[in-house]
Ligand binder design. Structure first.
Ligand SMILES: [Zn+2]
Length: 270
C-alpha cells in the first residue's frame, strides 16, 4: 500500500509533466473505483493545471476552476506516457494533456479514487478533518508531548494514529523509534520530555530519506505498489528480526502490537 513517502515521490515525479499543462481530454475506461468517478470531473477538460499539491495521501490537481482529488488506494499508480499508448488491464483513466502526453491511472484493486470539487479542496469532507502533516511545522515536540500526555497507548500506536498525525505507517514508525532510542511498546505517557524533539526529528528523517530514495530511483514512472527498493536496504529494524543491529550487533527483536509487527533493538532502544 502506498505510504506518504510513495505518494510524495509520485507527486514529485509527475509534477513537471502536468504543471502549466492544459487538460485536453479525460478518458474513463472504468468509473467504478472506491467511489464512482463523478460526471463533473469532465469540467476539468480545457482547464490548465496550476499546481499539484499533496495533503496526507491525497494528490490535489489545482486547475483554474476546480480541483481533481486523487487517492492511490491500496494498489494505484500514476504514469506519464505518450497519449495513445495502448492501455493495459487496470488502466482505468487517462488525463490527456496538451503536451501530447497523458497521465494514466492504473489500479488493479480499485480502492483508489478520483473526485472533483469546485470548493477549497481542504474543506472537502475527506480532507477537512485530517491531522497535521508529519513534515509540517505543526508536527513538533510540543504537539507530540501534548497528545501523548496521559495516554496509556504504546508510543508506536500513537505515531500511527492518523487522527493525531497523518502518514506515519508501520515501517516509518518502527524506524523512527529506533533512531529516537525509544522502544515501540513504551507507553506514550512514559516518553520523557527531552525525547520528543528527538522523536520528531527521527520521524522527519526517515520520511525524508524514503522520499529522497524514491525520488532518485523513480522519474516519470512511479510504481506505487511498495516502498522504493533502495530505501529497503537502509532499514535498521523493520523486518530484520534476529539480524544484528546495525549499530550494536544485538539481534533485533520482533513483537506484535495491535495486530501489526514491531521491531526494535533491545540495547539501543529503552
Ligand atoms: Zn542496537
Amino acid at each position: 500500500m502506498p505510504e506518504l513517502p510513495e505518494v510524495e515521490t509520485t507527486r514529485r515525479g509527475i509534477e513537471p509533466a502536468v504543471t502549466a499543462r492544459t487538460v485536453e481530454r479525460i478518458v474513463i475506461r472504468e468509473p467504478r473505483l472506491r467511489w464512482r468517478i463523478p460526471d463533473e470531473l469532465m469540467e476539468a477538460e480545457g482547464q490548465r493545471v496550476q499546481q499539484l499539491r499533496r495533503r496526507a495521501k491525497y494528490l490535489l490537481f489545482d486547475l483554474e476552476r476546480g480541483t481533481m482529488i486523487l487517492h492511490l488506494g491500496m494498489s494505484g499508480s500514476l504514469r506519464v506516457m505518450p497519449a495513445g499508448t495502448a492501455p493495459l488491464p487496470h488502466d482505468h483513466v487517462d488525463i490527456v494533456l496538451d503536451s501530447g502526453n497523458c497521465l494514466r491511472f492504473n489500479d488493479p484493486r480499485r480502492f483508489g479514487s478520483l473526485l472533483w470539487t469546485t470548493e477549497d479542496p481542504l474543506t472537502h469532507p475527506l480532507l477537512k478533518s485530517l491531522a497535521p502533516e508529519p513534515l509540517s511545522p505543526e508536527f513538533n515536540a510540543d504537539y507530540l508531548a501534548r497528545v501523548a500526555r496521559g495516554r496509556s497507548v504504546a508510543i508506536k500506536q500513537l505515531l500511527m494514529n492518523s487522527q493525531l498525525v497523518v502518514g506515519v505507517g508501520n515501517i516509518y514508525a518502527s524506524e523512527a523509534l529506533f533512531h529516537a532510542g525509544i522502544r515501540p511498546q513504551r507507553r506514550a505517557a512514559a516518553v520523557r520530555r527531552y525525547e520528543f524533539p528527538r522523536l520528531v526529528r527521527a520521524v522527519r528523517k526517515v520520511l525524508n530519506a524514503a522520499i529522497r530514495s524514491g525520488g532518485t530511483t523513480l522519474r516519470d514512472y512511479v510504481n506505487a505498489a511498495g516502498m522504493p527498493g533502495y530505501f529497503r536496504q537502509k532499514l535498521y529494524v523493520y523486518e530484520r528480526a534476529g539480524e544484528p543491529c546495525r549499530v550494536c550487533a544485538t539481534p533485533i527483536k520482533h513483537i506484535v502490537q495491535g495486530n501489526r509487527s514491531s521491531y526494535y533493538c533491545p540495547k539501543c532502544q529503552k
